[in-house]
Structure formats: structure tokens, C-alpha cells
Write a protein that binds this ligand. Structure first.
Ligand code: FMN
Length: 434
């Protein structure tokens, strides 16, 4: 049986599935139920400093993008950090940690960018017995306007400075949570590392407006006729988050920096993908908010079964396995040649492949009078659009041409030695190497 336990920064948890800092982790009641359901760890909903807690809107906090089947693809939220009293949260964290010593509890913190503010809160958090802290440099709304959240995460110098304070005034692991609302994610990650961060976690939410009400002319969610940008998350953001994770994982400057992957994790497969890109664990918010805590059981059994099938005995076995295969465009092998192939037995003659290819691509699919669709190899550049728009899974596939055969499009023999491309004069890396 596959062993799903993880050791992230010395913090042990029975599986790599942690709940991200958000409403699911806002209070003792939720976190206890989450642990009973099987979650390996939680990042407690972000705490602010002493004084009156923040006040949230008393209207809709979420905007949603649905798929055609009304499945939630993305959620946009305008919620702030916890609106519960600091000391109530601290007491609850202490109690839950004492009762669940085998689960990870990380405390997310966001206080003003002043040394005194961090110095004041860190001993209080240390006293809870929680396993570590996560610095929320990510929330893009409400707190950013007050000089916190993404306002810090967008300035590498601030990230480095605050991380340094945390390492000075707190003895356990410090995770820096990054905002995706930035051009080059490698820079804040490197700054966190310079400040002494034990790990980075990403992504927090993406600036977004999900819809505009065309009657009231207000962005939604709308509070008394006015809306504001919120933070986008859920399955829709996973591709963006994974790209950012991979940028950090393969950057020599941040080599070895542990990563906690966040963004759209809904199934065991999503988690496995993040782990292959270098993550030591994953954090989940939208999936839990959409389907409830018990979804973790499907994640656990699915990952475990896949690992057994692949012969992976531990998470470590496949962690980072896709990093060496994630490269820059110029290193892609242009001698690799494939052609689309339509399985006529599966084809339902809908014609979507034909319409897409004929109108917008390479005119590489023909349609006969009886609506039989056939790939024209002389025109096909294997762009994959027909595969992407076909409603029948695996009806159209890309088939690699054997080396030594003739490519009907170019009339050239398919090269045997694919590695030749690295010395091709059109390859920028070949020129750079000269
Ligand atoms: C309603 C809501 C509130 C959130 N609050 C916080 C927060 O207080 N602190 C934080 O670091 N991230 C917060 N997040 C961001 C999540 O922790 C997570 O980074 C993001 O939702 C992406 O993960 P997902 O795609 O699994 O939802 C919040 C997200 C949502 C939807």
C-alpha cells in the first residue's frame, strides 16, 4: 500500500491534503470536522493583529463562473481576513492542536508591514503550539488597500524584510504565501528565500471581476449597487498556478525551496500533478467549499490507488518528476511530427473538428457528402484543435510519425535523431551556445 504521509519542513501529516487558509479553516468547529473527515492539515484562516477585527460586507461575497453543467469552475471573493477576535482564534488553535497532534496546523498571519506588529503577534502564535506560520502576502482586495496582503507580495524587498522579522521572532517554519498578481513569480519567491523562508505556498487569488449586472450596471457580487474586484480561485486558476509553481521549481535561484501548491485542486489527479511539478503538498479551498470536507476521502483513495498502480511507495517517489521535462520553448523538439487520426467507429459526425479546422486552422479535415470526416495528412500540422473541440473523448488522437517515414506535408523524411534539433540554426539555444 502506498504511504501518503508527508514531511513538509519537518511537519508531519498523514496525507498531502491540507485545507488552505479560507472560510473552511476559520474556526474550531470547522477544523475539527475537517480533521475527522481526514484532512492531513489546515492553514488557519488569516489572523490580523490585536484590536477590533475587520468587518466584512453584509451582502454577497462571491461571484461564480459556471460550466455548461452548472459545475463551479471559478469563484471570486471579496472576503477579508478573519473577522473573529484574535484571542478567540488563538485559544481555538491551541485546543485543536492539542487534540490532533498528528495533523498539521499552520497559522496564517497578516499584520501591517511594521516590525513591531509582527514582533507582537508571533509569540502569541508560537504559544498555541501550531506547527508553523504562513505569511499572507496575497489577498488582492480589502487588505491590499490598507498596505497589507498583495501590496506586500508585489514588492520583493518587503517580502524579504518581513520574512526576516518572522525568522527572528518565531522559531518554527515560516511559509510565505505568494500573490499571482505579479509579472514574474520568480522574484517574490527568491525574495522570500533571501529572507530565510522555509517554503513558499502559491497561489493566492487572482484579481478578477466575474460578471456585470446589465440591469444595474454593477459588477457582481454587488453590494448596494456597487462592486469591486475580488480574488479568483477554483479549477479555472489551476493552469496559472501550476505554471507559476513550475517557474519557481526550475529556477536555479530557488532550487530546493519547498513549495506548497494551491489553486484549483479538486481531485487526486490535480494533487499528483502539483507534486510532480515539485510541490511537497497541496492546499485546497474551493473544492471543499463546493463539495464539503468528505471530498478528501476521494482524494486519498484516488492518489493511493494511482500510486499503487505506478509502483510509487511514497510521495517522495514522484515529487518533482515533471520538473526536468518542463522547459523553455526553444528546447522543444521540432523534429517531432504527429498527425491527427479520426476513429470512424467513434465519430458522431457532429462536424466540430471540420468547422474548427476549416474556418480557423489549416484546412486539414475533409467532409464527404455522407458527413464522413477525414484528416488530410498533407495539410495537418498536428495543432490538436480537432482533438480539443471533439465532444467524444479519444475519438481523435495524435499519432506520432515513425522516424524514417515521409512527412506528407513537407515531403521530408522524419528525422531519426530528434536531438539534432538542439544544433539546428533556427534554434535560439543553439545560437546562444555558439
Ligand atoms: C472566500 C475565500 C476566502 C479566502 N480567504 C483567505 C485568507 O484569509 N487568507 C489566505 O491566505 N487566502 C485566502 N483565500 C485564498 C485561498 O486560501 C486559496 O489560496 C485560493 O482560494 C486558491 O485555492 P483554491 O483554488 O483551492 O480555492 C480565500 C479564498 C476564498 C475563496
Amino acid at each position: 500500500m502506498a504511504d501518503l504521509t508527508t514531511d513538509f519542513l519537518g511537519i508531519k501529516s498523514p496525507n498531502p491534503f491540507w485545507l488552505a487558509s479560507a472560510p473552511p479553516t476559520d474556526k474550531e468547529y470547522n477544523v475539527r470536522r475537517a480533521f475527522e473527515a481526514g484532512w492531513g492539515g489546515v492553514v488557519w484562516k488569516t489572523l490580523g493583529g490585536e484590536g477590533p477585527p475587520v468587518v466584512n460586507v453584509n451582502g454577497p461575497r462571491y461571484g461564480v463562473i459556471y460550466g455548461a453543467d452548472r459545475r463551479v469552475l471559478g469563484i471570486n471573493n471579496i472576503e477579508l481576513i478573519t473577522d473573529r477576535d484574535l484571542y478567540t482564534n488563538l485559544e481555538e488553535i491551541k485546543r485543536v492542536k492539542a487534540d490532533y497532534p498528528d495533523r498539521a496546523i499552520i497559522v496564517s498571519i497578516m499584520v501591517p508591514c511594521e516590525e513591531e506588529a509582527w514582533k507582537a503577534i508571533l509569540p502569541l502564535v508560537e504559544d498555541t503550539g501550531a506547527d508553523g506560520i504562513e505569511l499572507n502576502f496575497g489577498c488582492p482586495h480589502g487588505m491590499a488597500e490598507r498596505g497589507m496582503g498583495s501590496a506586500v507580495g508585489q514588492v520583493p524587498e518587503y517580502i524579504e524584510m518581513v520574512t526576516r522579522w518572522c525568522k527572528q521572532y518565531y522559531s518554527k517554519p515560516v511559509i510565505v504565501k505568494l500573490t499571482p498578481n505579479i509579472t514574474d513569480i520568480r522574484q517574490p519567491a527568491a525574495a522570500a528565500m533571501r529572507g530565510g523562508a522555509d517554503a513558499v505556498s502559491l497561489i493566492n487569488t487572482i484579481n478578477s471581476i466575474t460578471s456585470v449586472n446589465l440591469d444595474t450596471m454593477s459588477p457582481e457580487p454587488s453590494i448596494d449597487g456597487k462592486g469591486t474586484h475580488g480574488g479568483y480561485c477554483g479549477p479555472a486558476v489551476k493552469p496559472i498556478a501550476m505554471s507559476m509553481v513550475s517557474e519557481i521549481a526550475r529556477n536555479p535561484e530557488t532550487a530546493g525551496l519547498p513549495i506548497s501548491g494551491i489553486g484549483g485542486v479538486t481531485t487526486w489527479r490535480d494533487a499528483a500533478e502539483y507534486i510532480t511539478l515539485g510541490c511537497g503538498n497541496v492546499q485546497v479551498c474551493t473544492a471543499a467549499m463546493t463539495y464539503g470536507f468528505k471530498i478528501v476521502q476521494e482524494m486519498i483513495s484516488g492518489l493511493s490507488q494511482w500510486m499503487d498502480e505506478k509502483g510509487h511507495t511514497s510521495i517522495q517517489d514522484f515529487m518533482g518528476a515533471a520538473v526536468p521535462n518542463t522547459t523553455d520553448w526553444q528546447y522543444l523538439n521540432l523534429n517531432f511530427i504527429a498527425k491527427a487520426q479520426i476513429n470512424q467507429d467513434d465519430c458522431i459526425s457532429c462536424g466540430r473538428c471540420y468547422a474548427a479546422c476549416e474556418d480557423t486552422s489549416h484546412q486539414a479535415i475533409s467532409m464527404s457528402e455522407d458527413r464522413t470526416f477525414t484528416v488530410i495528412d498533407e495539410e495537418c500540422v498536428a495543432c490538436n484543435l480537432c482533438v480539443d473541440v471533439c465532444p467524444v473523448e479519444n475519438c481523435i488522437t495524435m499519432v506520432e510519425l515513425e522516424p524514417g517515414t515521409i512527412d506528407p506535408r513537407t515531403g521530408k523524411v522524419v528525422e531519426k535523431d530528434y536531438a539534432n534539433w538542439t544544433t539546428h540554426p533556427n534554434n535560439p539555444s543553439a545560437t546562444a551556445a555558439e
